[in-house]
Design a binder for this molecule. Structure first.
Ligand code: ADP
Length: 484
């Protein structure tokens, strides 16, 4: 391009020069050389030269413009006809389209990943919630739960476990279990360690734990957590069966008591009837005595069986209740006469108060008679010879109820056992030698008074001085008023 431009300039200069020379030579030869020297002619010549130069410049500018247009046209055509530069831009296009499709793929993948991420976040939130839920369940369990890892370090323990084993759960996590719970729970720690080492699916054992209110028995189930062939941890669940054990013990005691109670009258009935049959009672008086013994033993047997049946009937709600207005004073007077023979045998005096007229309660007569007789017979049973028993009735007009109390000068009941004397089969250990029994009498009293008649039972006692048992029932008038 630069060479072409130089050639252009050289050609233009040559044309200008030749034009000037030609003009001057022509003028001179035509005889107007003088005129050449005149300013008009000179100016004309210069204007001619300038015009020629202008024409040449315009030509050059046009040539340059045409050149540029031509070069663009050539590039465009070469792009379409596949010349060298065309090839370059073609591969560029390929590259661009390749890049674009790759970008599209990546964008699609990013979209998929975003969706997967969202799913994962959702799943993780769900898993978190499930974990919290599971933890809340475990923490709210009344059973103690302890989880250890493969190195016997504490992974988790709920509040019940912390209370039972006496440690601070917030400071115990990931600490060695043996150190956390201390030497006093060594048996428990060893059970967990042995289970983990043996890898046995589940082990069950009853363990004793000393608590502030005495020893507790816990049914302990230890299960190994398997991950493949490896035991990765151990879970222990401890269920307090102290009460169940007590009840089971009571039932065993009850069966042995009842069988004994049943056997004793049966044995004497059998013995006396055999003697009668063998003609061992020679005189009428002896025979009468034997008959009386057989009769009283049969009554005792009957009472016992009735007690057992009544308790189960009331508990199952199958008992028939026939309520009617009953005068407590009259009923009590009657029962006092019934018990007097037994009391006299033990040299115990039984006294009552003058009957109160307006002490009627709406009650099942037979059932309330049973209540009174149970309280009176207990008072006589647990009072040593020479003691006394007093039964009283009071009417509380304000509360609209009748209150019956049976006070004795007997052996009394330790304070910590008072709450249990109305429990089924419960017998006060210290008083067992005083009298035989089934532990059913007071429970029957409570069931009849509270469950059947909507009343209340109560007891106060002092060891060595005596006890006062009693019950309250709504007055018949109060019941009738309430019903209207
Ligand atoms: P039991 O057949 O054993 O007498 P109860 O249910 O009537 O059963 O009484 C439960 C326990 O309460 C008795 O075993 C006895 O130890 C105690 N008890 C009941 N009444 C008296 C009393 N008046 N004085 C002392 N202890 C009593």
């Amino acid at each position: 391009m630069r060479r072409q431009r130089s050639l252009g300039w050289a050609a233009t200069s040559a044309v200008i020069l030749s034009l000037c020379v030609a003009a001057l030579t022509g003028l001179h030869n035509s005889g107007i050389g003088v005129g050449w020297r005149s300013p008009t002619v000179a100016l004309g010549l210069i204007a001619c030269c300038i015009g020629a130069v202008g024409v040449i410049f315009l030509g050059l500018a046009y040539h340059r413009l045409v050149g540029t247009v031509m070069s663009i046209a050539r590039q465009l055509s070469s792009a379409s006809t596949g010349s060298e530069s065309g090839l370059q831009s073609g591969s560029l296009l390929e590259m661009v389209s390749g890049l674009r499709s790759e970008l599209d793929e990546r964008a699609e993948r990013i979209g998929q990943l975003e969706t997967e991420l969202k799913d994962l976040r959702l799943q993780s939130r769900l898993a978190d919630r499930q974990k919290q839920h599971a933890e809340a369940i475990i923490y709210s369990l009344r059973d103690a739960v302890v989880v250890i890892d493969e190195s016997d370090r504490l992974l988790m323990a709920n509040e019940a476990a912390a209370n039972l084993l006496d440690f601070d759960p917030s400071a115990a996590c990931h600490q060695a279990l043996a150190e956390t719970v201390g030497q006093k729970h060594n048996e428990f720690v060893q059970l967990l360690q042995q289970s983990r080492q043996s890898g046995i699916e589940a082990t069950r054992r009853e363990l004793e734990f000393e608590q502030s209110d005495g020893p507790h028995t816990l049914d302990t189930i230890v299960s190994c957590v398997h991950e493949g062939d490896k035991v990765s941890g151990v879970v222990a669940i401890l269920h307090d069966i102290t009460r169940e054990k007590e009840i089971s013990q009571m039932k065993n005691d009850f069966v042995s008591h009842v069988s004994h109670e049943l056997k004793t009258p049966l044995a004497s009935i059998t013995a006396y009837s055999e003697m009668l049959a063998d003609g061992e009672a020679d005189d009428e008086e002896t025979r009468k005595e034997f008959y009386a013994i057989i009769q009283s033993q049969a009554q005792r047997l009957n009472r016992l069986i009735e007690d057992i049946l009544n308790v189960s009937r009331i508990e199952s709600g199958l008992i028939k209740v026939q309520k009617e207005p009953v005068s407590l004073a009259i009923l009590i007077e009657h029962q006092m006469q019934m018990i007097k023979g037994f009391a006299e045998e033990k040299q115990i005096t039984v006294t009552g108060q003058t009957p109160i007229i307006f002490d009627q309660v709406n009650a099942d007569k037979d059932m309330i008679s049973q209540v009174v007789v149970n309280l009176l017979s207990n008072a006589v049973k647990y009072t040593p010879a020479g003691g006394s028993v007093r039964i009283e009735t009071q009417v509380d007009e304000v509360e609209r109820l009748a209150r019956v109390t049976v006070a004795d000068t007997g052996v009394g009941i330790p304070a910590d056992e008072l709450d249990h004397v109305f429990d089924k089969f419960y017998r006060v250990g210290a008083n067992n030698k005083q009298a035989k029994g089934t532990g059913l009498g007071l429970n029957l009293v409570k069931q009849i008074v509270e469950k059947v008649h909507g009343g209340r039972v109560f007891v106060t006692s002092e060891v060595g001085r005596g006890s006062t048992f009693g019950f309250e029932l709504p007055l018949a008038a109060a019941v009738a008023a309430g019903a209207t």
